[in-house]
Design a binder for this molecule. Structure first.
Ligand SMILES: [Zn+2]
Length: 134
């Protein structure tokens, strides 16, 4: 099944009991086909919610996460994201929270996690983004 684009669905619309999975058009009743894009994949609201949630869990969860790198600033995180994206590696990011620690880190940090099996590839991808030593 095609990946849903959550932003397309206006779930705030109280009249909408069904949505087109193709273009996100809302319907006040369950219709056979979308009048906007012609798609026949129309889902009732509750099914759509289940699908969206399942999809979100899937994109968030890594089977065997391992920490790749921790970065102090958002600016430094950008090239890392670009490198991982280019290498086709899935990752998750977590803010480095100070909870449960004796000393809070001096600066906020972003921690990147990748699948254990992707770690070597991810490290190689990051090496390529590092500025060459002069
Ligand atoms: Zn449609």
């Amino acid at each position: 099944m095609a990946r849903l684009i959550p932003e397309r669905f206006n779930l705030e619309d109280p009249e909408a009991v069904a949505f087109c999975t193709g273009c996100g058009a809302p319907f006040a009743r369950l219709v056979e086909a979308c009048v906007t894009c012609g798609s026949e994949e129309i889902l009732p609201r509750d099914e759509l919610l289940v699908r969206l949630e399942a999809q979100q869990d899937e994109s968030r969860a890594l089977a065997e996460p391992v920490e790749l790198i921790a970065l102090p600033t958002e600016a430094e995180a950008e090239p890392v994201r670009a490198a991982l994206e280019a290498a086709g590696i899935r990752w998750t990011e977590q803010p480095d929270v100070a909870d449960g620690r004796l000393f809070a880190p001096a600066e906020p940090a972003l921690r990147f996690f990748v699948e254990t099996r992707d770690l070597e590839r991810a490290e190689a991808a990051l090496d390529e983004t590092a500025p060459p030593d002069l």
